[in-house]
Write a protein that binds this ligand. Sequence first.
Ligand code: SAM
Length: 261
Amino acid sequence: MIDEQSASRTGRRERLQEEQYDFPYHYIPVLRGNDYSQTQYYPWGHRYLGRLQIVFEILDGLPFRSLVDVGCGDGRFLRDVDRRYSGRTLLGIDLSARAIAWARGMNPNLAFEERDITAAPLEGEHDVVTLLDVIEHVPPASLPALLAAAAVALRPDGHLIITVPSTRMPLDAKHYQHFDRHTLDALLAGTFSDRRYIPFDGKRLLPWLLWAAMGGSGRHYVVTSRLVSNLLMRCYRRWSLHDTQESRCQRLACVARRACA
Ligand SMILES: C[S@@+](CC[C@H](N)C(=O)[O-])C[C@H]1O[C@@H](n2cnc3c(N)ncnc32)[C@H](O)[C@@H]1O
């Protein structure tokens, strides 16, 4: 057993606390009336992590010292960037005060800023700007201004990375539009050169069946077995993530270089 003073002196108490609260798990169980749940389920988790993998595969090929994640939401991507590439200058930006509060709460050591980048462009000489699953939420008329603001934040020759749902995915109420490489290309052509497109997240039978067997969208039951979860992730990465058949791919990534003036 350790006493209070020596625990504090060694920093062990702080470390214990930080390790425990990598995720605030006390928020998981809920009781609403007689309705009790001790699980929260994110049915698209494997696809979200797959998207991070695609972006990291792009970033691995780009030497960068600084990165700005525009529309950073809760900051999860920036946290993983920090863990994977130490010593870089990182900034997350979002117009939502709530998203920034979450991002700061979950990542007290990282920098986040509440800002609408279209209304208040961030001038900078950054190496990379990311727009991950952001532009489908932006009205089409505002997209040129958003992409121009992304360019302003980049140094000449700096890289923009975008991920979007592809037109293969049905449009839902939260999105203004989905994209294929031609519509995205038309938007980027004026400002960005060397545009490269990476379709991913193919809709394949085996991973889909496993996902459905695990409870699908999570309405009926959740399988918490590590064995089954790992099988889903392995099959997803094996069959879906880098699907070579573009017509099956539900997502599209793009990396492009800011053209020199
Ligand atoms: C669907 S979320 C994506 C969050 C995160 N990139 C991810 O993939 O998990 C889109 C985010 O973009 C932000 N956003 C949209 N337009 C923006 C703008 N002009 N400036 C800054 N953030 C913006 C929204 O507030 C929202 O948090």
